[in-house]
Every structure is written in structure tokens, then in C-alpha cells.
Unconditional design. Sequence first.
Length: 151
Amino acid sequence: MFAAVRVRGGIKMKPQLKKTLEYLCLSTVNQLVLVRQRDLPMLKKAEGFITWGDIDDSMLEKLLRKRARISGDKPVTDAFLKEKKLGTWKDFLKEVADGKIELRKLGIKPVFRLRPPRKGFGRKGIKKPYAIGGALGYRAADINDLICRMI
């Protein structure tokens, strides 16, 4: 499972790219979505505006506990998991990581609103690829550090 974060705004963006970001549910800057392996071509198409990488189980747990919201902008609690008959947090996290359940079908919003990262995105800014010190494109496991700074 990948975590994708929108880094840049939509000024002078091509309509096809806007549609791709709309399909990914990344409408504004500093939003994160969890993406499955099958959506990798969409991530590659939008790599000029997003950064993504492989999310760890510990970071997934931290993200869901702190930033997951249900309708009414309420956090996901143990009572909510019990009501939906999902068991404990460990069981819920395992099913989400394996891709067995979708957050949207449970009533959990698929988009996580994050803060801008502490100490910025990188030394060369948001217009350069991650490979040369910027913020865009594939980060592998380094996405976990970015998410930690944004939570």
C-alpha cells in the first residue's frame, strides 16, 4: 500500500492531470490518501504534483488514530470500531493494510488532512524530484518521515 501526498497547487495544470488528481481524491495541498498497488499508473502520471511511498504499519496506525475522520468531522474511536464489528485496532489495521476493507465503505473519509511539514519538504523545494533533493515523485520508505512531520 502506498501513501500519496499532494505537494503542489493547481495553477497552470492540464485538465487531464486535474482529473487524475480528482480520481485520487487529492483536491488540495497537504492532503494524503492511501493508494493500492493497482493505482500506480495514476501516481506516475501525477508525479509532478505529488509525492508517494510505501507506508509502514506503525505509521499507518499513527495516521488512522490521529487523522482518520468519520462524518461530522469526528475521530475514529474504539466505540466506532465496535459498532462496525471490526474488532480491535490491531485487527482493523491489519485488514486495512492488506486491502481487505475500504475506508470509504466503513464511513471513514478516504482523505487525511495534514499540516505542512515541519522543516519543509526539502532543500531544493517543491518543483524538483526527490532523487535530487526536492519533494516530488517516489520516496520509498522515506514517506514515513514526511508523514510523521505532517501529523
